[in-house]
Ligand binder design. Sequence first.
Ligand SMILES: Nc1ncnc2c1ncn2[C@@H]1O[C@H](COP(=O)(O)OP(=O)(O)OP(=O)(O)O)[C@@H](O)[C@H]1O
Length: 253
Amino acid sequence: MNVAADNILTVRGLCKNFGALAVTQQVDLDLARGARIGLIGPNGAGKTTLVNLLTGMLSSDAGTIVIDGHHIEKAKPETRVRHGLVRTHQINTLLMETSVRDNVAIAVAERQNYAWRMLRYGPQWRACLDEAQHYLEEMRIGHAGDRRVSELPYGEQRLLEIAIGLSLKPRILLLDEPGAGIPSTEAHIIHEALESLPPDIAILLIEHDMDLVFKFAREIVVLVLGRVLTRDVPANISSNAEVRSVYLGRSVV
Ligand SMILES: Nc1ncnc2c1ncn2[C@@H]1O[C@H](COP(=O)(O)OP(=O)(O)OP(=O)(O)O)[C@@H](O)[C@H]1O
């Protein structure tokens, strides 16, 4: 296996079939520490499936996934999280009628294996709340900690999901369409938040908003029919005729 020394994530030959449908085909993927990679591809290209294979929500049929020297392709999702592989979701998974700060504090408590219901109002819970506030501030929603999640604008709910991801202390963060469903007037909020993520975390951004991907990513991986078509810097991706034809009818920056 040819692996760069500063890789935090190394994927080789990853495959997944749904019956006769080969959804992930011999995918190789390297993420260096602190990488900023965009993952794009048309609907049905297999982006979400790839994320599910990485996080362990789906089991792969073949291939290896290595985090910092540890093989995790057979590990349970929670074990992968403990190795620093964390995702945010395309679908809202927040506790809508709970406070913004509590949503993050619960994740902090779970990371520390606290039975958070038992220790509510105790000193450990207080520490979880303090730590949660730190992640909210990192995502620029520190002002909203006491509000119910359902009262937050949608864009800020997406930032809360990223704050929860940060609270799990990721070394690799998979962001599944953080820009989905966000009105264009709020898109800059997501862009600014992504720019301020800690530089040592490797980030894989799955996103249909090309503007967001091209602003954020230092390299872009293009997935088509479950295969990596190409990986290159944004300028070369936008001038790549094959990529343009894959995105026919879609504006590539
Ligand atoms: N559980 C499943 N069973 C059968 N087929 C599935 C399953 N999940 C996904 N697929 C199929 O696998 C292919 C890839 O789907 P996937 O959701 O990974 O693509 P995607 O690139 O994330 O698409 P989108 O951009 O629309 O989210 C699609 O043809 C989809 O219909």
